[in-house]
Design a protein around this ligand. Sequence first.
Ligand code: ZN
Length: 126
Amino acid sequence: MHEYGIISNLIRITLDRLAKESVSKVLLVEIEFGEFLFINPENARMAFDSLVSGTILEGSELRLQFVPGKIHCTSCGYEGGVPLPKDKHLHYSNHLLICPKCNAIPQVVQGLECAVTQIEIESIVA
Ligand SMILES: [Zn+2]
């Protein structure tokens, strides 16, 4: 499942950021995903739980936010969402986005977001 690779990158970035601060405990990590990344929330949670094991992030709450996908079609002018198959095993790599009006390959306006948007920590009290 591709969630492992993506989450693993985000966790590395988060740990780098936290390394510069005096953190005793991480309470919450919020991650924002675009719809077109086809992140399965259950897989994301499983990946997170296993990847943070043994790090300062262990035991923190994972909050997932999803950004709706939006395309712009340069051939017919359509702008908006795309009906996506609700297949849990769908892989980003073998899915092609097409314009629902004319089947052209559209530009992605929104929906490829992938970032840690919030971290709540408990600081070490000196
Ligand atoms: Zn179109």
